[in-house]
Design a protein around this ligand. Structure first.
Ligand SMILES: [Zn+2]
Length: 85
């Protein structure tokens, strides 16, 4: 079953990954590493020691999907403060 690793790879987008240096799961920072015509490669850096803990490729198709998803839900960039009663 080759789909097992695929599944894990998707979970890999979680905000924390195991860091070998820190010996624990650490929050990671996403950094755009490389832009190719059909995909983008992101590097994940440990926020504790800044070492690379993983990489991820996002294909053009995935990106379009993500953009569609993002467009669907309204952004809440600003906190609504006038909601108080
Ligand atoms: Zn680390």
């Amino acid at each position: 079953m080759g789909s097992m690793s695929q599944q894990q790879f998707e979970n890999f987008t979680a905000s924390s990954l195991y860091c070998e240096k820190c010996k624990t799961a650490m929050p990671v920072r996403e950094r755009l590493l490389l832009v190719l015509p059909d995909k983008e490669i992101y590097d994940y850096l440990c926020t504790g020691c800044a070492s690379s803990v993983g990489q991820r490729e996002i294909t053009a198709g995935e990106k379009v999907m993500a953009q569609k998803m993002a467009a669907r839900r309204p952004r809440r960039s600003r906190p609504v403060q006038s909601i108080r009663l």
